[in-house]
Design a protein around this ligand. Sequence first.
Ligand SMILES: CC(C)(COP(=O)(O)OP(=O)(O)OC[C@H]1O[C@@H](n2cnc3c(N)ncnc32)[C@H](O)[C@@H]1OP(=O)(O)O)[C@@H](O)C(=O)NCCC(=O)NCCS
Length: 141
Amino acid sequence: MRQEHIAEIVNIERAVFADPWVGTAFERELTNSFSRCFTALDQEGRVVGYLVYWAVKPEFHILNIAVRPDMKRRGIGRLFMNRVLSDALKDEADFLALEVRPSNTAARSLYARYGFVTIGYKKGYYTDGEQAEVMIKHIRK
Ligand SMILES: CC(C)(COP(=O)(O)OP(=O)(O)OC[C@H]1O[C@@H](n2cnc3c(N)ncnc32)[C@H](O)[C@@H]1OP(=O)(O)O)[C@@H](O)C(=O)NCCC(=O)NCCS
């Protein structure tokens, strides 16, 4: 992810999330030493998706993953999950973790497909009061 991608990323954020990150949130992650940020681009260099995770061993924590609405269901989400998983294996993390809305069927299906399991809930986590489902995946070494 580069600074010049952020305007497009923020447009996608607004299209897909009820509580979108603002540009400065991405800028902060780009300068954060334990944050890893990626964008997927199409052939014209337009942003089609992005991933932000924290490498805070023993945990790798997925903070944000999204795909542009017109590019969904083409394997881009899988591409990002493969990336964080292979990084976690390479860097010998013990587990991956994330929060997801219980109502987010698409994301929960993607995570379940990667072997994430629900370990609990955080009450009132989202700005509209929805709780967060906490999912983790242990890394097999
Ligand atoms: C979740 C998200 C990133 C998935 O990205 P994607 O590129 O569409 O996902 P993929 O094409 O790689 O799909 C991989 C698998 O995830 C599951 N999946 C993805 N979208 C799904 C949907 N709408 N319903 C059910 N399963 C779904 C399927 O198992 C799918 O495999 P298949 O297409 O072979 O059936 C995307 O829907 C998105 O950006 N959602 C809005 C943002 C968001 O909610 N992010 C997660 C916050 S926790």
